[in-house]
Design a protein around this ligand. Structure first.
Ligand code: SOE
Length: 398
């Protein structure tokens, strides 16, 4: 066997093994374009042997210069200003929507109708109604579909799920989740689409709350009622181009919710962009029959656990478990224990899971979030808004 393993550029990778190639058509080139492209390039050599080799066929975006720059940076073969043209490219097998929330529905529906498998950033849509249209389209087209609830693919979170599935944790009594960031606090900060309801659909709720709602469904089960409040502390923000021009910020800056689950567990949800000092504090705690588990994204390789009756009573208490052994989820692909993973690796795991479903006919669910999960998430988000507006507890009906 020659030393040459046959890799050229990732765009045209000819790997030594015979994994099929999947052509990627990426919509969006900003934060998620970067996180997704990074994952596509790592998969062939880190999830080795990969189930598929992502071929970076095309990237599309409204700002063609920015899209062209991203194509050069990540190695996409083609650039489109119009995603519709990209969907006409037969080399695109997978449409990946990393655009803003108002650009999720139409392109994903069109991609499904064009026979592409569809991956969409969270939240799936701005409302449950919009999400339902997307779910119907992918089901009618019989294509694989996935929503980027990437925290399902953090090894420690998967380990928490396995401890629950195995019955080791026992009956769950409480779910307690907060997603705290601080970046929205400065009234002088130029606005962005994340503060405009017609683009984003909601503020902290859809952007951050959707993650902890998804984790609640992934780890505890289906919510049946919510009682919520929302708050907006900055009603208008300066436009990026002209600071003297103020733009309404008509979304929630924060929300809190009390939740009852189908299995009788009680929960709380909280998300904000006004938690000074919190950077990406996506944290949850589960209190159950046999103990408790807590996770914090800012220390994502650890689970803080308490097991009832396990240790001598003199030293019984919470302790940190380092989730980095070779037997822990996904760790066989990476490093020796203690050599930590990061936020970006959740996207590597997430896309490899999606590609496995596509090439090997496996289900995206239950470990990956499908458009059904995205739709149910949107229903719960709508219920939070309805409860906050009405002051009443709202039942969740899919
Ligand atoms: C919000 O700033 C944000 O970028 C979310 O949109 C992402 O989903 C989250 O992973 C990090 O924070």
């Amino acid at each position: 066997m020659s030393d040459e393993v046959g890799f050229t550029s990732m765009a045209g990778a000819k790997a030594e093994h015979d994994a099929p190639t999947l052509g990627i058509g990426m919509l969006g080139y900003a934060f998620m374009g970067k996180a997704h492209s990074n994952a596509f390039k790592k998969i062939p050599y880190m999830m080795y042997p990969p189930v598929a080799i992502p071929r970076l066929v095309a990237i599309a975006g409204r700002n063609e210069d920015a899209a062209r720059e991203a194509a050069k940076r990540y190695g996409y073969e083609n650039v489109y200003a119009d995603w519709r043209k990209m969907l006409e490219n037969d080399a695109v097998d997978v449409f990946d929507n990393g655009g803003p929330n108002d650009a999720h529905a139409e392109p994903c529906i069109a991609a499904a109708r064009a026979g592409k498998h569809v991956f969409c950033e969270k939240p799936l849509a701005r409302t449950a109604e919009e999400a339902k249209g997307m779910l119907d389209a992918v089901q009618q087209a019989n294509v694989k579909h996935m929503v980027a609830f990437n925290y399902r693919f953090v090894p420690a979170v998967v380990q928490a799920r396995k401890l629950i599935e195995s019955g080791k944790l026992g009956r769950i009594y409480h779910w307690r989740a907060t997603y705290l960031q601080e970046w929205g606090m400065d009234p002088r900060m130029p606005t962005s689409w994340r503060f405009q309801k017609d683009v984003a659909g909601s503020g902290s709720l859809g952007d951050l709350g959707s993650h902890i709602i998804d984790l609640a469904r992934f780890l505890v089960g289906e919510p049946v009622t919510v009682a919520a409040m929302t708050q907006n502390w900055i009603a208008e923000r300066p436009s990026g181009g002209d600071p003297s021009r103020m733009i309404p910020s008509d979304v929630d800056d924060a929300f809190v919710a009390a939740v009852e689950f189908e299995n009788g567990a009680l929960g709380t949800l909280e998300a904000t962009r006004f938690a000074a000092g919190r950077k990406n504090y996506n944290a949850f705690e589960i209190n159950a029959e046999n103990g408790s588990i807590s996770f914090n994204m800012e220390r994502l390789n650890e689970l803080n656990v308490f097991w009832r009756g396990e240790e001598p009573k003199e030293t019984r208490g919470f302790h940190n478990a380092l989730i980095s052994e070779g037997f822990h989820p996904y760790w066989e692909n990476w490093w020796p224990h203690g050599h930590m993973l990061g936020w970006e690796h959740s996207f590597v795991h997430e896309f490899h899971h999606f590609f496995d479903a596509i090439v090997n006919g496996k289900g995206v669910a239950p470990y990956g979030a499908t458009f059904e999960d995205g739709y149910r998430n949107a229903v719960i988000c709508d219920a939070v808004v309805e409860s906050a507006q009405s002051g009443r507890t709202v039942s969740i009906k899919y």
